[in-house]
Design a protein around this ligand. Structure first.
Ligand code: CA
Length: 432
């Protein structure tokens, strides 16, 4: 068998809508890594950087154990680090990160995956996703309830079921990956995959060099809207001993560290900058579904928005459009809490003396206290639905996330190793 080595490149961009880059990317002759942080302003950066710095410690040629054992140990250590940070500062609770890491042992990759960042392989012109998204929509695909095409437009497509959150049940999927000569591996954050299709990714990955491919992939994500941070890390397999390609930014053999972990997230420049400024300003005052997935807005803020909406509605009801506005309000649904149960309401959320704009449509069996904190807060604040079916979908999703309260609410007994099996719908990583 031909001895192989790989060339590499890591690119990132804050995107056109975000003010900070919470992604971290890393590429070196031994290691390819991506981490997409979540959990609000500073915490997402912190989570992805801290995890990246621990995983990067694997980038040395004197590992004590085989690559898989070393990777598994590093993942456990990184997760524990997040747990410690959260214990030290409860304000960052809820922060977390996705992680994909490929550690080269000279013949094959040890591969760790958790979250919704992706790893693709381009082989013989064919693109294959080799990671499985830990998302709600992927669980629906696995159950045969929706198609991948439907998943792309599903209202809850951005909900992650597993991520590295600093808890004992946040194990990664671990497996070996056997590269072949000519393979290209792409690690990317959802800032790419939410913006472009796999076919577009395939086309870009066919570029002459991996630097060109990485540049083109980032460009395509920005062209499609650049809603999120976008990070791409690419490895390309060549015969061992092949001289460095001077066209590549990595021809100097130095590791490339980009994004939050580099501590110098690149500010938007050039033609995107003016758009970035206005988008940043508006993002602080408008609802951003992608951000909500990571860090649901505090209820007080949402309450204010609802109050404003209710005020506008009352003005309409009292005015000429009264009957129409009231009727419209009665075609709306939302999911909220009542008597400790997740409940579907018909109408709109508003507490206005003398006017009833909502009534209980259905009380479900889902207990509020069995939900993870994030989701519980969302329910308490109310989750709007575009239809009854949409509300039912939200309830089904909450039902899947519900867990029985653990008898010891403090520190559970640590497991010796992360689980190697992929949890399906139990979503244990959100258990508290
Ligand atoms: Ca992201």
């Amino acid at each position: 068998m031909t001895a192989l080595t790989f060339r590499y490149v890591a690119h990132t961009d804050t995107g056109l809508r975000r003010s900070a880059n919470q992604d971290s990317g890393y590429a070196s002759p031994r290691l390819l890594v991506i981490a997409d942080g979540m959990g609000g302003a500073a915490a997402g950066d912190l989570a992805s950087s801290e995890v990246m710095h621990i995983i990067r410690e694997l980038d040395r040629d004197d590992l004590d154990t085989d690559a898989m054992a070393a990777l598994e140990e590093a993942v456990t250590k990184a997760n524990a680090r997040l747990g410690d940070l959260i214990t030290e500062d409860p304000a960052v609770e809820g922060m977390g990160t996705t992680l994909d890491a490929l550690l080269w042992d000279g013949e094959k990759f040890a591969f760790a995956h958790i979250g919704d960042s992706r790893v693709y392989r381009l082989r013989g012109g064919e693109l294959t996703q080799i990671s499985q998204d830990h998302t709600f929509v992927q669980s629906l695909i696995d159950e045969g309830r929706i198609s991948p095409a439907e998943a792309r437009v599903h209202p809850h497509r951005s909900l992650i079921l597993r991520a590295m959150l600093g808890r004992d049940d946040n194990g990664a999927d671990l497996s070996w990956v056997q590269p072949m000569l000519g393979d290209r591996y792409l690690l990317c954050s959802d800032g790419l995959t939410d913006m472009v299709t796999d076919e577009v990714i395939r086309g870009a990955l066919l570029a002459e060099t991996i630097d060109m491919a990485a540049t083109e992939l980032v460009r395509l994500a920005l062209e499609a809207g650049g809603y999120d941070n976008v990070t791409v890390v690419i490895g390309e397999f060549v015969e061992a001993g092949t001289p460095p390609d001077d066209r590549l930014s990595s021809s100097d053999g130095q590791p490339q560290l980009v994004g939050a972990a580099s501590g110098q997230a690149r500010p938007r420049t050039g033609k995107g900058s003016s758009g970035s400024d206005s988008a940043t300003a508006s993002s602080s005052s408008t609802y951003d579904p992608e951000e909500l997935r990571y860090a649901p807005r505090p209820p007080s803020r949402r309450r204010w928005i609802r109050w404003a909406a209710a005020f506008a509605l009352v003005a309409l009801i009292l005015g000429a459009g009264g009957a129409w506005a009231y009727n419209w309000s009665q075609t709306q649904y939302f999911v909220a809490a009542q008597d400790g149960k997740v409940t579907i309401f018909k109408g709109v959320q508003a507490d206005i003396p003398g006017i009833t704009l909502q009534h209980v449509e259905q009380v479900t069996d889902v207990e509020l206290e069995t939900l993870p904190t994030f989701r519980r807060q969302q329910v308490e604040a109310g989750i709007e639905a575009s239809s009854k079916a949409d509300a039912e979908e939200t309830v089904a999703e909450l039902d899947q996330l519900a867990v029985q309260p653990t008898p010891t609410p403090t520190k559970p007994t640590p497991k010796p190793t992360p689980t190697k099996t992929r949890s399906t719908a139990s979503n244990a990583s959100w258990q508290r």
